[in-house]
Write a protein that binds this ligand. Structure first.
Ligand code: PEP
Ligand code: MG
Length: 570
């Protein structure tokens, strides 16, 4: 039995076999081949295995997802059987007496370079298909295994170095019971996705991929951040009991689903949910959210080969707004960049992508992209209560420019006879310390703020939210962060504007008492945290929490704040 410690990223306990989701090493050397015939047969065998594998993946994808999602594998099969690709590879092996790996790599690189240089969306998708297929054949030639999450047909726990948001989105909840990653923090997007998929996860476990083998029995404790590899019978029994206790607690919380969120002294705050797609709605309603505090629209743009059209976006936004039945829905405009990329929207390599050309900066620069999204949002506004917010605002100029574009699109729609709601609130995320410091100025122009602590902490503490080496500096309870939050809430309330928080801190049980005391109006979190937080808020009185927050603001360290909260909230 071995034990690993990481960061508890998504509540719950999962027990299952390990499935390593690790890209294999595909390096090879060029060699001269004596027996060309045998080498041709080796290539033929690798091609046959790759084909078998693709056919199986394609079938499973159709069964588990849809024919549309399986189309990519149809394209891969066409590449695999394309004589214009395979012919020259065989020819090169025969002419130059080189090994199959070298000939395959050399010929496919030539096609990839050619297609990529064409600056055409269709051809660049073909280049990416050729790369994928080449890697699959190469893996068979080298006798290594390429993992594919859609291939999984038994219950497993995924072990990966990291999972991109689009890889996480492909995980099938019926089979993937949990995951563990080497890197990442509580606010990395794989962790956020795990919470929305409601699967237990531990991230930043350091050496998971080098310690854990395929098939090892694993326990993932997403409550404490512990991972147990091949547990003894005693430990197994202990965790089965812990899992049972957690289920009992969940059943207790679920009785609060239709209750209002009231503090012990009767003050109402709003508990809202963060979502990434319309398919999260079911979970949002099941967990009794009073609204949606953050719809991360970038997920609509990810895991596909082209931009979503205005119609597609309209339909997604309408589904969410209508589905919430008049309850408030805060939709954030596209926040791409940082750790979120679009394969079809090539962005320049940046030294510091989190400080780079992302979110509203990109949208103000690529206005067609932005305007399309705004039109879809405005058209969907008539189906309920929509609030729009802009991400990563740093200056008042950016807010004014973004708002002006929004109003321009609104005017154009209205003058062409398309209905748009007349009471859409327009707000912004507070994620950059400069905006928190200037909140009094912003408060005069916005309808609301939503504090994005995931980034606000990262930028205030200069500690990358993805990097477990500096996770010790990523301190939500640092008085510096609390003071910034207080400034934002005070400035907004002076102007009679409301303040929400959609960073992960809003659902953190040690932060909630402080945020209640600081006067936060709306707490937006993973749907799975809502009932737990409602139960906690019922036990807290605003007047006591105000005193607690005032004391916390005067403390010197995060540790002192944690201690103080623990004493106050037993
Ligand atoms: C945040 O930064 O707190 C936030 C909610 O946005 P994201 O996590 O998507 O960067
Ligand atoms: Mg952010």
């Amino acid at each position: 039995m071995t034990q690993l410690s990481g960061i508890a990223a998504s509540d719950g306990i999962a027990i299952a076999k390990a499935y390593r989701f690790v890209q294999p090493d595909l390096t090879f050397t060029k060699t001269t081949v004596q027996d060309i015939e045998a080498e041709q047969q080796r290539l033929a065998a690798a091609l046959a295995k790759a084909e078998q594998e693709l056919v199986a993946i394609q079938q499973q994808t159709v069964e588990k997802f849809s024919a549309e999602e399986a189309a990519i594998f149809e394209a891969h099969l066409l590449v695999l059987k394309d004589p214009e690709l395979i012919g020259p590879i065989k020819q090169k092996m025969a002419d130059e007496a080189v090994n199959a790996e070298y000939a395959l790599h050399d010929v496919s690189t030539m096609f990839v370079t050619l297609f990529e240089s064409m600056d055409d969306e269709y051809m660049s998708a073909r280049a990416s298909d050729i790369k994928d297929v080449t890697n699959r054949i190469l893996a068979h030639l080298l006798g290594v295994h390429i993992p594919n999450p859609s291939h999984i047909n038994e219950q497993v726990i995924i072990v990966a170095n990291d999972l991109t948001p689009s890889e996480t989105a492909q995980l099938d909840r019926n089979f993937v019971l949990g995951f563990i990653t080497d890197i990442g923090g509580r606010t990395s997007h794989s962790a956020i996705m795990a919470r929305s998929l409601e699967i237990p996860a531990v991230v930043g476990a350091g050496t998971a991929t080098s310690t854990i083998q395929d098939g090892d029995l694993l326990i993932v404790d997403g409550l404490s951040g512990q991972v147990i590899v091949n547990p003894t019978a005693d430990v197994m029994a202990e965790y089965e009991e812990k899992a049972q206790n957690y289920r009992t607690q969940q059943a207790e919380w679920s009785t609060l689903v239709n209750e209002q969120t009231l503090s012990k002294d009767g003050v109402h705050v709003e508990l809202a949910a963060n979502i990434g797609s319309p398919s999260d709605l079911d979970s949002v309603l099941r967990h009794g959210a009073e609204g949606i505090g953050l719809y991360r629209t970038e997920f609509l743009y990810m895991g596909r080969e082209n931009l979503p059209s205005e119609e597609e976006q309209f339909s997604a936004y309408k589904t969410v707004i209508e589905g919430m039945n008049g309850r408030p829905v805060v939709i954030r405009t596209l926040d791409i960049g940082g750790d979120k990329h679009l394969p079809y929207l090539p962005l320049q390599e940046e030294m510091n992508p989190f400080l780079g050309h992302r979110a509203i900066r990109l949208c103000l620069d690529q206005q067609e992209l932005f305007r399309t999204q705004l039109r879809a949002l405005l058209r969907a506004s008539v189906y309920g209560s929509l609030k729009i917010m802009f991400p990563m605002i740093a200056t008042i100029r950016e807010f004014r420019d973004a708002k002006a574009i929004l109003l321009e699109e609104q005017e154009k729609l209205v003058s062409s006879g398309i209905a748009v709601s007349s009471d859409i609130e327009i707000g912004m995320m507070v994620e950059i310390p400069a905006t928190a410091v200037m909140a009094d100025i912003f408060a005069k122009e916005v309808d609301f703020f939503s504090i994005g602590t995931n980034d606000l902490i990262q930028y205030t503490m200069a500690a990358d939210r993805m990097n477990e080496k500096v996770a010790y500096l990523y301190q939500p309870y640092n008085p510096a962060i609390l003071r910034l939050i207080q400034m934002v809430i005070e400035a907004a309330h002076k102007e009679q504007k409301w303040v929400g928080m959609c960073g992960e801190m809003a659902g953190d049980e040690l932060a909630v008492p402080l945020l209640l005391g600081l006067g936060l109006d709306e707490f937006s979190m993973s749907a799975t945290s809502i009932l737990k937080t409602r139960s906690l808020l019922k036990q807290l009185s605003v007047s006591e929490m105000q005193a607690l927050a005032a004391e916390a603001l005067q403390l010197a360290t995060a540790e002192e704040v944690i201690e103080k909260v623990k004493q106050a909230v037993k």
